[in-house]
Design a protein around this ligand. Structure first.
Ligand SMILES: Nc1ncnc2c1ncn2[C@@H]1O[C@H](COP(=O)(O)OP(=O)(O)OP(=O)(O)O)[C@@H](O)[C@H]1O
Ligand SMILES: [Mg+2]
Length: 239
């Protein structure tokens, strides 16, 4: 089943008196349960693409359907509500709330969605147990590592059982060991829940964990064989 379909997306920004095109005739489909990486050069438009796909920003033209729903046909309020209920986000800088402890950070989407406390607790167990977060649930954010913070952000992204999660450079602030751990946890939750995940990354090691790898180049997406990842980056060839 197709969870996301983007058709013929165009996006340009106004820059110094001229329109600079970032995405042109870009098409993308993501199936239920897929873990997909989007790679590409800095400034190539990866974050722009994510912002269009989750409705934070609007394409100049083209259509985006998530679970068959046309984002472009919705009002801003409807899109914000849809994003809160059906989408999850993971960011490079975690974007957790410093004033809340680990457990309360994870519960934020359930609270925003008005879920009863029993439902909150059930959902919390579903994510905190596999991600081994219960043992640190009462800690404040200043008492946990960057890798642990990203694990909290993963739990928060999955807790309300969204259709699709967008992750923008989720390991960008982590060392290699923490990157591997975070990707294993993301993969575990993806497989367990069947939630599709789209990850933007410049790191071939991260992309190698994914089912499918796409490269954003020349304003469009192209397929990249996983066996070409390390050669293309000038690093190890793990094919
Ligand atoms: N709001 C904006 N207004 C004008 N130009 C923008 C805006 N946002 C992004 N751009 C430009 O669009 C291009 C794509 O930016 P984007 O942030 O999508 O790239 P990226 O692939 O995510 O880069 P990075 O790998 O550095 O995160 C860049 O040239 C950027 O300067
Ligand atoms: Mg970016």
């Amino acid at each position: 089943m197709c969870i996301l379909r983007a058709e013929h997306l165009y996006k340009a920004y106004q820059s110094g008196g001229e329109r600079v095109s970032v995405l042109e005739d870009l098409c993308l489909e993501i199936e239920r349960g897929e873990l997909v990486a989007v790679m590409g050069a800095a400034g190539g438009g990866k974050t722009t693409l994510l912002h269009l796909l989750c409705g934070i920003d609007a394409a100049d033209s083209g259509n985006i359907y998530i679970e068959g729903k046309a984002l472009c046909a919705q009002s801003d309020d409807e899109t914000a509500l849809f994003r809160r209920k059906r989408l999850g986000m993971i960011f490079q800088d975690f974007q957790l709330l410093e004033s809340l402890n680990v457990k309360d950070n994870i519960l934020v989407p359930m609270i925003l969605n008005g879920c009863e406390s029993e439902e909150q607790e059930q959902a919390y167990e579903r994510v905190a147990v596999p991600l081994q977060l219960k043992e640190i649930e009462n800690r404040s954010l200043c008492e946990i590592s960057g890798g642990q913070k990203q694990r909290v952000a993963i739990a928060r992204a999955f807790i309300h059982d969204p259709a699709l999660i967008f992750a923008d450079e989720p390991t960008g602030n982590l060392d290699v060991k923490a990157t591997g751990d975070v990707m294993e946890q993301l993969l575990l939750m993806n497989r367990k829940s069947g939630t599709s995940v789209l990850i933007v990354t410049h790191d071939p090691y991260v992309a190698a964990f994914c089912d499918r790898v796409l490269v954003l180049e020349d304003r469009k997406l192209a397929k990249r064989k996983k066996s070409d990842l390390f050669r293309a980056d000038g690093r190890r060839n793990e094919s």
